[in-house]
Design a protein around this ligand. Structure first.
Ligand code: GLN
Length: 446
């Protein structure tokens, strides 16, 4: 743990993966593990890790990269933290992210910009950009992120690492600062597929504090991971290789398809016809949920209160105007509009219908196929500052990750090659609660 902390202090001035390092807490936790003894059957015992800063850590600052929560210290642990602590992992700090997880480059953090360790002039992706960069740079063994529309998988892709968004309900959201409650899931970011399965083993499972968490039994995700893909049926949706996808990315995915064929799987083209409506539907639904979830930041109950406020109305208005960044305000306005009486049918209701159609698309494909293969993102990591002034370009980046959240499916991004020295990510999407098949196929490819 000491070495890990020294290494982070030496490397993080370039990368900026961390918002706050918990040196005392980490050393104390490590000493406790020393005292208790490493558990021989527990591979996570004593392993240093980092946690996205929208996951509550008892007594240690959790900011969601927002001025609104700059000095917020939670008084309880998120369920995933309780589970990790029980496994004796060592949390060394909290990682940078887009404010309230809204963004795809970590440039929306109120505090700092994280740099991609493969090329410091590039973004690490987002919103879990700090978690992904910390793993890719070798600062820690694993990190947790959250994924509402791609925020684990896209940064994993940009950093050449493995990131899994579990099935909706597989991992408790208790203690995750809510963005879009029907979409959010916490998941692991790691250097390889096996490590990822170990971490999911630790954090998955039912939680009475989260009524959307499933009571389905949690399998051992490492158990059949080495079984190979012989006989597996993999679908390649044509919409995921269409216009707007970089040629190098396309080539890498087609090459992966060939690899799977050589390994004994069948790969066939399919169609997910409603893919093109996903981004539009998502930004209405996610923003609507966000506008509701973020009402609690009112200057009274949590976090920032404007020192200028002279009456109740000003406490609300000034605290929120000063505490939230531009992207968060954009989402609150879009969401509030979509939920307003005059717009509800035309926008929210319509988006909800599109969501149902997309779920049906996936259901149809999964009648015949075990997995869906495609790119995680249309390009590799872009330059810092390149897209930030153009929200729509930024939103389109998520075209292939968003459908997975809308349908509540599990999906993993893993490295599939390079373009101009930057990692390309490929995505494997599975049936609900079938993370095991994703891991098996990921392990076979790696
Ligand atoms: N980039 C998407 C957004 O800005 C996804 C974010 C996420 O998954 N948290 O909403």
């Amino acid at each position: 743990t000491k070495q890990t902390l020294d290494n982070i202090k030496a490397s993080d001035s370039d990368i900026n993966a961390f918002i706050n390092l918990d040196e005392d807490g980490a050393i104390k936790a490590a000493q406790a593990v020393d005292q208790a003894g490493i558990e021989p059957d527990n591979v996570l015992s004593g392993i240093p890790s980092a946690i996205k800063d929208n996951i509550l850590t008892n007594g240690f600052k959790t900011t969601a990269a927002s001025k609104m929560l700059e000095n917020f210290k939670p008084i309880f642990d998120a369920t995933v933290m309780k589970k990790l602590n029980a496994k004796q992992t060592i949390t060394v700090g909290k990682t940078n992210m887009d404010e309230f997880a809204m963004g795809g480059s970590t440039e929306n953090s109120a505090f700092k910009k994280t740099h991609n360790p493969w090329n410091l002039s590039k973004v690490p992706g987002g919103s879990s950009g700090g978690s992904a960069a910390a793993v890719a740079a070798g600062q820690i063994i694993f990190a947790l992120g959250s994924d509402t529309g791609g925020s684990i998988r896209q940064p994993a892709a940009y950093n050449g690492i493995v990131g899994l968004k579990p099935t909706y309900g597989r991992v408790s959201r208790w203690g995750l600062i809510a963005f879009g409650s029907s979409l959010d899931q916490i998941g692991p970011l790691t250097r390889n597929v096996l490590d990822n399965a170990y971490v999911l083993n630790a954090i998955a499972g039912h939680d009475e504090h989260d009524l959307t968490s499933s009571d389905k039994e949690v399998p051992d995700y490492t158990k059949s991971i080495k079984d190979g893909v012989k006989g597996m049926k993999i679908a390649l949706p044509k919409e995921y290789l269409a216009e707007g996808i970089d040629q190098d990315v396309k080539d890498a995915i087609l090459k992966a398809a060939e690899t799977y064929k050589q390994l004994g799987a069948t790969v066939e083209e399919v169609s997910l016809p409603h893919t093109k409506y996903g981004v539009a539907a998502y930004y209405i639904l996610a923003s609507s949920e966000a506008s509701s979830n973020l009402q609690r930041f009112d200057g009274i109950r949590y976090g920032y209160r404007s020192p200028e406020a002279k009456n109740l109305e000003e406490v609300y208005v000034k605290s929120r105007s000063e505490g939230f960044g531009d992207e968060v305000k954009r989402r609150i306005m879009l969401g509030t509009f979509s939920l307003s009486a005059g717009a509800f049918d035309a926008y929210f209701q319509k988006a909800a219908k599109v969501r149902t159609l997309m779920i049906e698309d996936f259901k149809k494909v999964f009648q015949d196929y075990d997995l869906i293969l495609g790119p995680t993102a249309p390009t590799t990591a872009f330059g810092i500052g390149e897209d930030i002034s153009d929200p729509v370009t930024m939103y389109l980046n998520d075209a292939m990750t968003i459908p997975v959240n809308l349908a509540g499916l599990p999906a993993m991004s893993l490295p599939a090659g390079f373009s101009d020295g930057m990692p390309i990510g490929m995505q494997l999407i599975g049936r609900p609660f079938d993370e095991s098949t994703i891991y098996k196929a990921g392990y076979a490819f790696e």
